[in-house]
Design a binder for this molecule. Structure first.
Ligand SMILES: Nc1nc2c(ncn2[C@@H]2O[C@H](COP(=O)(O)OP(=O)(O)OP(=O)(O)O)[C@@H](O)[C@H]2O)c(=O)[nH]1
Length: 461
C-alpha cells in the first residue's frame, strides 16, 4: 500500500481511538477525516486511495492521483477543526440536496444504450434533459440521436476523442462545468451515455473527486444495459492480469440493471443470466426489457447514492425482478454461511461457481456479500473495523451500503461507499418496537463472506 495511505490510516485510527465514543460525537468519530468536505453543505465524506485508480491499466491517472492525494490531507485537516457544538443535532439530519442529478448509462457494445436514451428523451416525463454522449473516434451524433434532439433533449454534447473512463475524463469535467454555467436552470437532469467499453468506476469517482462537478451535480445512479443474447460471451472473457472485464464491472457498479433484448433468447437462458447477474450484484434492481422500454422512474431519480434511500437498496435483493424472481430463488445458488451460534446473524455470499454451463471458463471473482444481523454495535470497534477494511481492501470493494444500529444512538446510521469514498450519516430514529437489525451489502472482488461476518460480529456488544 502507498505510504500516503498508511499515513492517513494512522491518522484515522488515531482519531477514532483518541476520542471517547458518545452519541453526539458519532458522526465526527466515525470516519472522522472522511466526514467533512470543505464548502459543501451535506454530510459527506471523501477519501480516495491512489491504489483505487491503478486498477485500470490503460488510464492515465497520474496527475489526478496527485491531486487526490493532496485532497486526502486537506480532508483530514478539516476534520480536526470540526466546528459543531456537542449538543448540535445537525448530524441527525440528512440535508436536502438540490444539485442537478446525473445518470450514467452504461452497458457493453450494442446492448441498447442509445435505444434506452432515445426512449428517455422521447417519453413524456416533463424533465428537461441534457445529454453527454461518449463515442469512440471521429463519429458524429448518430442518426437516432439527431431524432432524439429533435424530440426534445435540452442539449447534446459529444465526447468523441476517446473513452470517458480514460483519456477524456478531464473533458467530461469541463463539459459538465460548462453546461452548468451556460444552462443552469434550463435543464433538470443530465444523462451520460458511456462507450460500451467503459469501466464505470472512474466515471463515478469523477462526481466525488472534482469540485467543479461535485458542487453543482450529484450522481443519481448508474443504469447498466445487458444484452441478453451476447453478454455471456463478454462475462466469460478472460482478461490479462490486471485488466478489468468491463462487462462484469458494468454490472457490479449498477444501481439499475436492464436485461435487454429478451426477444432474442428463451426464458430459460434469461433466468440463468439473471441468476448470474444477481451473483455479481444483489444491490441493484433488475428488469427485463425489449428495446429498453422501462418506466422512466426506473432510470431517472433513482437516488442510488443517496443516504436516504439506503434501506431501499439494501432490501433490493428481496424485491427485484418481481415478475420473475421465482426462477431466481429456485435456481440461485446461495452459499449460506450462516453462523448457527448466533441465530440473528447471517451472511449470504453470491459468487460465480460452476453451476452455470459456462462459468467454469472464467471466474471474475466479483460477487455480492450481504450481512444481516440483529444487535447493537460498539462504536469504536465498528470504526476500527470499517476503517481498516477500507484501508486494506478498498481497491476490491467496489460498492457498499449499510444500515447500522449503534449502541447508545437513537438513530439508524446509514452509509454508502464506492471504493474508499465513504458517506455516512444518522438518519431517522429507530421506532420503539423496531428490531435493531444491521444490514450491510458489499459488492467487490475476492470478498470473503466469513471474514466479513466475523469482523462485523466482533463489533457487536
Ligand atoms: N432485437 C432487439 N434489438 C434491439 C433491442 N434493443 C436494441 N436493439 C437493437 O440493437 C442495436 C444496438 O442498439 P443500440 O441502442 O445502438 O446499442 P448501444 O449500446 O447504444 O450500442 P453501442 O453504442 O455500439 O455500444 C440497434 O440496432 C437496436 O435497434 C431489443 O430489445 N431487441
Amino acid at each position: 500500500m502507498a505510504t500516503l495511505s498508511i499515513d492517513i490510516g494512522t491518522t484515522f485510527l488515531g482519531l477514532a481511538k483518541s476520542q471517547p465514543a458518545s452519541l453526539n460525537r458519532f458522526g465526527r468519530i466515525f470516519f472522522p477525516q472522511l466526514w467533512r468536505r470543505n464548502n459543501v453543505s451535506q454530510s459527506s465524506s471523501y477519501s480516495v486511495a491512489p491504489a483505487a485508480y491503478s486498477r485500470v491499466e490503460s488510464c492515465n491517472y497520474t496527475s489526478w492521483r496527485r491531486k487526490r492525494s493532496s485532497r486526502r490531507f486537506s480532508a483530514s485537516a478539516a476534520t480536526t477543526s470540526t466546528p459543531q457544538s456537542e449538543d448540535s443535532d445537525i448530524l441527525t439530519k440528512i440535508p436536502p440536496d438540490n444539485r442537478i442529478p446525473a445518470t450514467i448509462i452504461t452497458g457493453f457494445l450494442g446492448s441498447g444504450k442509445t435505444t434506452l436514451l432515445n426512449h428517455i428523451l422521447t417519453a413524456d416525463h416533463g424533465k428537461r434533459i441534457a445529454v453527454i454522449e461518449n463515442e469512440y473516434g471521429e463519429v458524429d451524433i448518430d442518426g437516432s440521436l439527431v431524432a432524439a434532439k429533435a424530440a426534445g433533449a435540452e442539449d447534446i454534447i459529444m465526447l468523441n476523442n476517446g473513452c470517458l473512463c480514460c483519456t477524456v475524463r478531464g473533458d467530461l469535467v469541463r463539459m459538465i462545468a460548462d453546461l452548468v454555467k451556460r444552462k443552469k436552470g434550463k435543464f433538470d437532469h443530465i444523462v451520460i451515455e458511456t462507450t460500451g467499453l467503459a469501466n464505470p468506476a472512474p466515471i463515478i469517482q469523477t462526481f466525488y473527486a472534482e469540485d467543479q462537478v461535485f458542487n453543482d451535480v450529484k450522481l443519481d445512479g448508474v443504469v447498466t444495459l445487458v444484452d441478453a443474447k451476447h453478454v455471456g460471451l463478454h462475462l466469460d472473457e478472460v482478461k490479462p492480469e490486471g485488466v478489468v472485464n468491463e462487462a462484469v464491472e458494468q454490472i457490479a457498479y449498477a444501481d439499475r440493471i436492464i436485461v435487454n433484448k429478451t426477444d432474442l433468447v428463451g426464458e430459460k437462458d434469461i433466468a440463468s443470466l439473471v441468476d448470474r447477474i444477481r451473483n455479481i450484484n444483489r444491490m441493484a434492481q433488475l428488469k427485463r426489457t425489449e428495446f429498453g422500454k422501462v418506466d422512466l422512474d426506473y432510470v431517472l431519480g433513482i437516488g442510488g447514492f443517496d443516504l436516504e434511500r439506503i434501506d431501499t437498496a439494501i432490501d433490493a435483493e428481496s424485491s427485484e425482478d418481481h415478475d420473475h424472481d421465482h426462477h431466481h430463488h429456485q435456481e440461485h445458488e446461495h452459499d449460506h454461511d450462516h453462523d448457527h451460534d448466533h441465530e440473528h446473524c447471517h451472511d449470504h455470499k453470491h459468487e460465480h461457481h460452476d453451476h452455470h454451463a459456462h462459468d467454469h471458463t472464467h471466474d471474475p471473482g466479483v460477487s455480492s456479500v450481504s450481512i444481516v444481523c440483529e444487535g447493537s454495535l460498539d462504536l469504536e470497534k465498528a470504526n476500527v473495523w470499517l476503517g481498516t477494511l477500507l484501508l486494506d481492501r478498498s481497491e476490491d470493494i467496489y460498492r457498499m451500503k449499510g444500515l447500522l444500529s449503534v449502541e447508545g444512538m437513537n438513530e439508524r446510521f446509514v452509509f454508502q461507499g464506492v471504493h474508499d469514498i465513504f458517506q455516512g450519516s444518522p438518519d431517522r430514529p429507530w421506532f420503539p418496537d423496531e428490531p435493531r437489525v444491521n444490514k450491510i451489502v458489499f459488492i467487490g472482488k475476492n470478498l470473503d463472506s466469513e471474514e466479513l461476518e466475523k469482523g462485523f460480529k466482533a463489533c457487536l456488544l
